[in-house]
Design a protein. Sequence first.
Length: 148
Amino acid sequence: MIKNSIVLSLLFLYSNLTFAQKSNAIIGIWLNEEKDAQIEVYEKDKLFFGKIVWLKNAKDENGNWVLDNKNPDLSLRNRKKMGLTILHNLKWDGDKNEWNGGEIYDSREGDTYSLFARVDSENELNLRGYIGFSLFGKTTTWTRSSLK
């Protein structure tokens, strides 16, 4: 009886540790597929967000910060792309082994898409942005960056 209790306790502890590791696997700095931006993914209030922390071309030819000039909200077009939060409100779904329910903002085009993401290996993050149904979307793969 005591032996069974110990085994069950250890299994419970192991499953909680596994869950914690898996849900946080997305946290870190990722290089986008085009290799011209790095995005830091972080957790806040059990949701995951991502902000741009490096851009290959953060400034234009005149030395001015590149702005979010394609944003559909005219009042936001003067904000810098550097530091811009582009991933919003991703939530860990342990049943599906993915983060979902969030959005990704494409500052190149000024479009926002529904999003789900999966870490397929320690260094590979697959993001699927879509409108309506995930069948009608695009998947992009980011790689973990060594930037700290």
